[in-house]
Design a binder for this molecule. Structure first.
Ligand code: PMP
Length: 399
């Protein structure tokens, strides 16, 4: 008898498969818009100057590598709280936030999902339609039943707010609602301040549990503005919620796996109890997180000089994305396709371009331009060098 002889092969990640196909493509003009990574003008993942400097400093200090506490490096989790909840947050002052360093934003989602499944075993989770594919997988793996809520309007290429509100209103009290704080992946359609206030009031009124995923803070309007969902939900008087955040994009530290899970409770005592549950979950999965990436982020955020430098670099990344969006819209309009103006309204790295599967296939076959079958393109993988080529190709396949 062989234990592994009849194991079913499950399909691989479609987006990673796209990169494999791109790598194998010999055409020099090829462009990979399928990824979820910010590339600079030269098509490279940037190593931020602030990160490089702190890394050199840490290397010179040559510190030993003991274990971190289960919930991570205190300087990292404290700096994270300030970034996510705001410097003067009353929640932090009241001891109502407990933050754990996690293995990327993905780790925060999974630990948070495991926590909620333990504390609210009968809850379902509501996820936007569409959403980052891994949301469904992570919450499903944690044992949740999953429902969709309306999010995107294919006709306007923007948020279907009325549809979203109508669906949220139908949810059972106690349902966990997964919300993208900003730069919605995959659509690029975000809520306005006013819309967040309405959603926060609805969540409170209907006794729904907010689980905020913030993977792109600083990639649209800036740290403060992009974090508004967290503050609005707190201000609505919702006493318990969760935030998962990631530094993969904002620090360009993808492979260091730097994320955090923050739980908010009604008072300091309950928050401590919830955090004890979080720590038990972490302990039984990977015991404690790793040191290096957290030390980099804590080092940058803890130094006024490096923090200023990082802020400027983040601004540079976000402004480059805005310029690429504007350039794409302008070039398409000049070619005779003004209907793509919505690309400039969308936020963050991604755009739901409205291209069909057949059009995406043509982009790949005829032009060596790789996009996700849903029409999602990564704007941050464009550059001023390939913009003309991509705009022309999009124009041709959309005629
Ligand atoms: N949430 C969303 C919406 C994301 O797009 C991503 C990254 N693609 C994550 C979470 C996970 O981030 P990380 O890479 O830090 O695990």
């Amino acid at each position: 008898m062989s234990f592994f002889a009849n194991v079913e092969q499950v399909p691989g990640d479609p987006i990673l498969g796209l990169t494999e196909a791109y790598n194998a493509d010999p055409r020099p003009t090829k462009v990979n818009l399928g990824v979820g990574i910010y590339y600079d003008e030269d098509g490279r993942i940037p190593l931020l100057r602030a990160v490089h400097l702190i890394e050199q400093q840490l290397a010179a200090e040559a510190k030993p590598r003991g274990y971190l506490p289960i919930d991570g490096l205190p300087a990292y989790t404290q700096a994270t709280q300030k970034l996510v909840f705001g410097e003067g947050s009353e929640l932090i002052a009241a001891g109502r936030v407990a933050t754990s360093q996690t293995i990327g934003g993905s780790g925060a989602l999974r630990v948070g999902a495991d926590l909620l499944h333990k504390l609210l075993p009968h809850a379902t989770v509501a996820i936007s339609n569409p959403s980052w594919e891994n949301h469904r997988a992570v919450f499903g793996a944690a044992g949740f039943d999953i429902v969709d809520y309306t999010y995107f309007d294919n006709a306007s290429h923007g948020l279907d707010f009325a549809g979203m509100v109508a669906d949220l209103q139908k949810l059972q009290p106690g349902t966990v609602v997964l919300l993208h704080a900003c730069c919605h992946n995959p659509t690029g359609a975000d809520l306005s301040t006013e819309q967040w206030k309405q959603v926060a009031a609805l969540l409170k009124d209907r006794q729904l549990f907010p689980f905020i995923d913030m993977a792109y803070q600083g990639f649209d309007k800036g740290i403060e503005q992009d974090g508004q969902a967290v503050r609005i939900i707190a201000e609505a008087g919702i006493d318990s919620f969760i935030v998962a955040n990631s530094y993969s994009k904002s620090f360009s530290l993808y492979g260091e796996r730097v994320g955090a899970l923050s739980v908010v409770g009604p008072d300091a005592t309950s928050t401590k109890a919830v955090q004890s549950q979080v720590k038990r979950i972490i302990r039984t999965i990977y015991s404690s997180p790793s040191t290096h990436g957290a030390a980099l982020v804590a080092g940058v955020l803890g130094s006024a000089e490096l923090r200023g430098m990082w802020g400027a670099e983040l601004t540079e990344m976000r402004e480059r994305i805005h310029a690429l969006r504007a350039g794409m819209v302008q070039k398409l309009a000049a070619l005779g396709a003004p209907e793509f103006g919505f690309i400039q309204q969308q936020a963050g790295m991604f755009s739901y371009s409205g291209l069909s599967k057949a059009q995406v296939d043509r982009l790949r076959d005829e032009y060596g331009i790789y996009a996700v079958g849903t029409g999602r393109i990564c704007v941050a993988a464009l550059s001023q060098k390939n913009l003309d080529y991509v705009a022309k190709a999009v124009y041709e396949v959309s005629r």
